[in-house]
Design a protein around this ligand. Structure first.
Ligand SMILES: [Zn+2]
Length: 364
């Protein structure tokens, strides 16, 4: 233990900032090391430290105060230099020029916990201060789950049908964001929390039909079926999706039959539907009102158009940018028809008109 706590005195390097600590005191002074300046073998300026002033956020600023390294100088103090631990917030965005440079000192390395490095998520090394919310969400939504055997059995028992599990766990969307995916992934894993109604911990009735509310009921509730699942399935089939055998197993797990799951062109719609349905149930619970499933359905469609537009625009920009540079700039044939959105070779895109017609239909 003692060996672990032995602080490591640094060998100072020119231009780097160190925590200077006196052997008899713990409070560090932060200072940048400057090597001696030499002119024709004469030392013009001795090696020294330039004291840094830390602002309220811990960002260092140069001062005019210097600290000598020479024992024979009258003002000499026997400081020892230690490496410091930095907080480089959003360092990748800073490198990309999308955020201003923002580097903060957290303290001497040996006394700062937790360290930024040495951590892992799913056995992949990560750097703490480089983790953005987006990345954290990504790690928790995209991670390869171990096949949850208990979960699989629980769903199979309730849906009473054969489910191609390995394919279920691989369902991906070309446009849904990590946040969009959280709700459906939780439901697939039988991990979607449903709060009791009316502040009564024993009241687990559905706020829409008063039947017992659980995750299975979200698929079977007559109100949710009428206002969400049925119109959604009709829309998907109108846009060319193969008819599914069992609507409960399709909405819960994307199963189309015992060997296949929802095609990646359509899966994004289910992610958005679950996100919007759950948001509406939570809103009803928080505001103590009856959820309006029609609004959740409409919200799903509007969000769908937003996501598809962003997707179309992204590739249109890609085509225009690369065309000027002579890079590859054409959208290959196999990527042009994504059922919900069609693109041509130049990146011009059109959202499936049936989605827009459905928004129109639900507007009154
Ligand atoms: Zn219900």
């Amino acid at each position: 233990m003692h060996a672990l706590q032995q602080p490591q005195i640094a060998q100072p390097r020119h231009g780097h900032i160190y925590a200077l600590i006196r052997p008899d005191s713990a409070a560090p002074v932060y200072a940048r090391y400057e090597e001696a300046t030499v002119h024709d073998e004469d030392v013009a300026v001795q090696a020294r430290y330039v004291v840094q002033w830390l602002d309220a956020l811990g960002a260092p600023h140069e001062t005019a105060v210097t600290i000598t390294t020479r024992r024979d100088d009258p003002g000499y103090i026997p400081y020892e230099p230690y490496e410091i631990s930095w907080w480089r917030h959003y360092s990748e965005l800073q490198k990309a020029g999308r955020r201003e440079l923002d580097e903060r000192i957290r303290g001497p390395s040996n006394t700062t916990f937790p360290k930024n490095t040495g951590w892992r998520i799913d056995n992949e090394p990560i750097i703490l201060d480089a983790l953005t919310i987006k990345k954290i969400t990504w790690h928790f939504t995209q991670r390869r789950f171990k096949p949850p055997v208990g979960t699989q059995r629980a769903w199979s028992d309730r849906l009473r049908t054969l489910i191609p599990w390995t394919k279920v766990w691989r369902i991906k969307s070309f446009f849904a964001t990590p946040r969009d995916q959280v709700t459906w992934l939780k439901l697939q894993h039988r991990n979607l929390y449903l709060a009791p109604t009316r502040d009564d911990p024993n009241d687990s009735s559905c706020p829409l039909c008063t039947q017992h509310q659980n995750q299975l009921h979200l698929l079977q509730c007559p109100v949710i079926c009428r206002q969400m699942w049925n119109p959604l399935l009709n829309l998907l089939e109108d846009m060319g999706m193969r008819k599914c055998q069992d609507t409960y197993a399709f909405c819960a797990l994307g199963r189309t039959d015992q060997h296949t799951v929802v095609d990646k062109n359509y899966s994004g719609v289910l992610f958005l539907a679950w996100r919007c349905l759950y948001a509406e149930l939570v809103r009803g619970r928080v505001e103590d009102v009856k959820p309006v499933i029609k609004n959740a359905y409409r919200r799903t469609l509007i969000m769908l158009v937003t996501r598809l537009t962003a997707y179309g625009e992204k590739w249109l920009r890609w085509v225009r940018k690369n065309r000027e540079t002579g890079n590859k700039s054409r959208i290959p044939k196999r990527h042009q028809d994504k059922k919900l959105i069609k693109q041509d070779v130049d990146g011009n895109y059109a959202i499936n008109p049936r989605i827009l017609a459905e928004i129109e239909r639900t507007s009154n």
